[in-house]
Ligand binder design. Structure first.
Ligand SMILES: Cc1cc2nc3c(=O)[nH]c(=O)nc-3n(C[C@H](O)[C@H](O)[C@H](O)COP(=O)(O)OP(=O)(O)OC[C@H]3O[C@@H](n4cnc5c(N)ncnc54)[C@H](O)[C@@H]3O)c2cc1C
Length: 419
């Protein structure tokens, strides 16, 4: 084996989880190889940040860059009923520090992901784009590297004592290991596109995310971006969206626009731009966070229905966390699965807390307002979870919400597969 192709860690995927984990490992002084299938900048969905994305972005040293960027500042979320009735904006600064956590961003992922990838490259990570990992290499039950194909067709083996799977919801290792587990209920379909020049709110409300309901517990996201663009998409059960045999994403989208007065009115003055996108792979969990020599990070570990925009926060948080944990493993020369128990427990706790709120959201009878009217102190707890402060004991909140709607138990998933 060519020593040029041997590293301390290999990272598969250059999205937020891959760039952040590789950055932390490079910062600790390790030799890191990141393999990314696409040539950046590349398109990606997932454009709204939540307040507690601040911590990992600060750790990565990127807050000044974000502040200087043209990304639209997000201070709040609103909820809108089908008849167009708008909730009071839910301002993060009513609970958090206005100068830090309480202001977040609506991003263009091609630009954010390029910034993150350049950032890890500048820290010393060797980044190879247009390189697709085809296989995990195994010896004596351990993952010892990957077989990857470059753009010119050449196939190269790269070796490292640990490989981080950051491949997003395609979940490279979980699929091949048979670990991919769907969620019993969260199996929605999303259809989305972009508008230019549509109506947006003035002042600090310009960057607010709108979650607008359609009947049958579907919802629209409306995410204002820079250059007068808006990302807008609808999420619901597949059989609802395709009722009457409608299958084309464009037709599905425009039929649902008619279902919400606010969305219809806001889009009316704008120009639709680019393709209509559809995804049906919604919410999945990996049975294990890894095995000997392998660790799953970001969506590759767990991908949750994005109604509360938790994906970037979880991807960056798990990326930074994984970077630190793998650093400790490299220092100790111990890559046994048990080392990653704490990582698994922490990340699953966060996913499970957010997942409970997502389940509540999809219950037709549920409303945050009802819970808060009965238990005013629940407002703060709900805000914390929705804002991404997810590693706390929310049992008191779940007890209150269970008086209104059922909530799922934690899934017994995520611990590393023992040797
Ligand atoms: C419809 C929808 C709406 C969403 N909205 C939001 C939102 O508003 N806010 C939010 O925070 N999140 C949102 N998300 C979730 C968000 O997109 C993800 O959580 C986030 O992108 C996860 O980052 P990641 O780094 O884990 O994976 P990704 O960003 O998917 O990155 C994975 C990378 O791995 C590469 N890759 C894959 N396979 C290979 C391979 N074999 N070899 C080499 N490279 C490979 C891919 O090219 C990709 O660049 C949404 C998701 C969906 C589906």
């Amino acid at each position: 084996m060519n020593s040029e192709n041997t590293y301390d860690a290999i990272v598969i995927g250059g999205g937020p989880s891959g760039s952040s984990s590789s950055y932390i490992l490079s910062e600790h002084g390790h030799r890191v190889l990141l393999l990314e299938r696409e040539k950046f900048p590349r398109y990606h969905i997932g454009e709204s940040m939540i307040p507690f994305t601040y911590g990992p972005m600060e750790r990565l040293g990127l807050i000044p860059r974000m502040r200087q960027s043209h990304f639209v500042k997000k201070y709040s979320v609103i909820f809108i009923s089908p008849n167009g009735k708008v909730s009071t904006p839910f301002y993060f600064f009513n609970r958090y520090d206005r100068d830090t956590v309480a202001q977040t961003w609506q991003v263009l992922r091609s630009e954010l992901d390029q910034m993150l990838l350049d950032h890890t490259r500048s820290k010393g990570t060797t980044v190879k784009e247009e390189t697709t990992v085809k296989e995990l290499l195994r010896e004596d039950g351990r993952v010892v590297g990957v077989r990857a194909q470059h753009k010119d067709g050449s196939v190269v083996e790269y070796r490292a004592p640990i490989t981080l799977d950051c491949t997003g919801k395609e979940a490279f290792a979980a699929v091949r290991n048979g670990w991919r587990t769907p969620d019993p209920y969260l199996n929605k379909v999303a259809v989305w596109t972009y508008y230019k020049g549509s109506k947006r709110e003035p002042g600090i409300d310009e960057g607010q995310t709108a979650v607008a309901y359609v009947p049958e517990k579907g919802w629209f996201w409306h995410i204002p971006q820079h250059d007068d663009m808006v990302s807008v998409g609808v999420v619901a059960e597949g059989k609802y969206l395709t009722r009457g045999g409608v299958r084309e994403p464009k037709d599905i989208f425009h039929r649902e626009v008619e279902q919400n007065v606010w969305i219809k009115e806001h889009l009316a003055t704008g120009q639709q731009v680019g393709p209509y996108y559809l995804t049906s792979e919604y919410t999945q969990h990996a049975r294990h966070c890894g095995s000997a020599g392998l660790l799953l990070v970001g969506d590759a570990f767990a991908f949750l229905d994005p109604v509360f925009s938790s994906g970037l926060m979880l991807a960056l948080k798990s990326g930074v966390f994984a970077g630190d944990e793998v650093h400790q493993a490299i220092v100790a020369k111990d890559f046994s699965p048990a080392r990653f128990t704490h990582y698994a427990t922490t990340m699953r706790q966060g996913v499970e807390n957010m997942r409970k709120l997502v389940y509540a959201f999809y219950e037709p009878k549920f409303s945050f307002k009802d819970v808060i009217v009965k238990y005013p102190e629940a407002a703060g707890e709900i805000t914390d979870c929705l804002s991404g402060d997810v590693n706390k004991d929310f049992e008191p909140l779940w007890r209150k919400i269970r008086e209104f709607v059922p909530l799922p138990d934690d899934l017994p998933l995520g611990q590393p597969l023992a040797n």
